[in-house]
Design a protein. Sequence first.
Length: 68
Amino acid sequence: MSFMDKAKAAAERARAKAQEGVGEVQAKKELGQAYRDLGHKAYELASRGAISSPELDPLVQQISTLEA
């Protein structure tokens, strides 16, 4: 294998690894957004009384206080 072939192979491996990292970052970003969306929906439902839980009550109260 020539020097150029080795360099091209190394560059391809580096590109693939970088692309993999980008995919992981994107997945983490999407997961974070899904958690935020879930939290917003849970707050909306809890503040309307559609769902109730002793674990949610202090969080709902805190958000309501901060919004006031």
